[in-house]
Design a protein. Structure first.
Length: 274
């Protein structure tokens, strides 16, 4: 099936990129060593890194967790459809690349709300001939729009892997954040899985909280939550081993150097029961 990355008829063109304000996707891109960002993103990212050096490890281990989680879902759990919300800028080993290496017929819908992400998505998120990719320009706070647009590519009668990595911290109100995830999961059938991670202030509380304040002051607020608060996103689901852990500790690759360091982002993968 062909990719569907062009706007549908009647859909408004993406807004122009505002290079005067930081955007989470571009700041994150800077932290993982990417080039798709602007001076304001680098300025904010560097300021946060100065007070919270651990953010670089958080970013890199979060990206690695994405690969491990998607690979498990496609290769072991039999998931063939993915809804990746807050995907960020395309880099190496994007969701569709990891999934389609395991199963070429996987279908992946990406969601983000930064015009630069849209530009790169149309150029780079190319599916295998057997599978499909789509990109939706939408905010996580609008789950109805996301679900309606995702239905162009995904069959909601079949299990879906819902990917929410580092995105729910952009929703400051806890109850609103939990309601969004519940609404998205309600649209998915049993056998679907949720992979979610978000930032914490467990291992470097002062640095993480100072970084949180810097992001808010720069106009890119991000709400850090406790592991217990993050665990609530998985209410009613069957948590996979090893449960809720730092992203660096979710089924890490074996190395001769022992367990990776614990970082201030907690994650989990869970199954929606029948």
């Amino acid at each position: 099936m062909a990719d569907r990355l062009e706007p549908s008829p009647g859909e408004p063109a993406a807004p122009k990129i505002d290079t005067s304000r930081p955007h989470s996707a571009r700041v994150w891109n800077h932290w993982i060593g990417g080039k798709d960002n602007y001076p304001i993103d680098r300025q904010v990212g560097d300021r946060i890194r100065e007070v919270f050096p651990g953010i670089i490890e958080v970013a890199r281990h979060s990206r690695a967790f994405l690969g491990r989680a998607v690979r498990h879902l496609a290769a072991e759990a039999g998931i063939r459809q993915f809804l990746d919300i807050g995907t960020g800028l395309p880099t190496q080993d994007n969701t569709h690349e990891v999934a389609q290496r395991a199963a070429p017929d996987c279908r992946v819908v990406y969601v983000d709300n930064d015009p630069l992400v849209l530009v790169h998505a149309r150029a780079l998120l190319i599916s295998t001939p057997e599978g499909a990719t789509d990109y939706i320009d939408a905010d996580v706070r609008d789950p109805e729009r996301i679900l309606a647009k995702a239905a162009r590519t995904l069959d909601f009668d079949r299990p879906v892997g819902l990917i929410l990595l580092g995105i729910m911290g952009n929703v400051a109100d806890d109850e609103e954040a939990y309601a969004i995830v519940r609404r998205l999961l309600a649209a998915l059938p049993p056998g679907s899985h949720l992979a979610l991670n978000d930032g914490t202030a467990v291992f470097d509380q002062e640095g993480a909280r100072t970084g949180e304040r810097h992001r808010a002051a720069a106009g890119d607020p991000y709400r850090l939550r406790t592991p217990e608060q993050i665990a609530r996103f998985f209410d009613g689901l069957e948590m996979l081993e090893p449960g809720l852990v730092p992203v660096s500790r979710w089924r890490p690759e074996a190395t001769p150097f022992g367990a990776p360091p614990e970082v201030d982002a907690f994650c989990g993968v869970a199954r929606k029961p029948a």
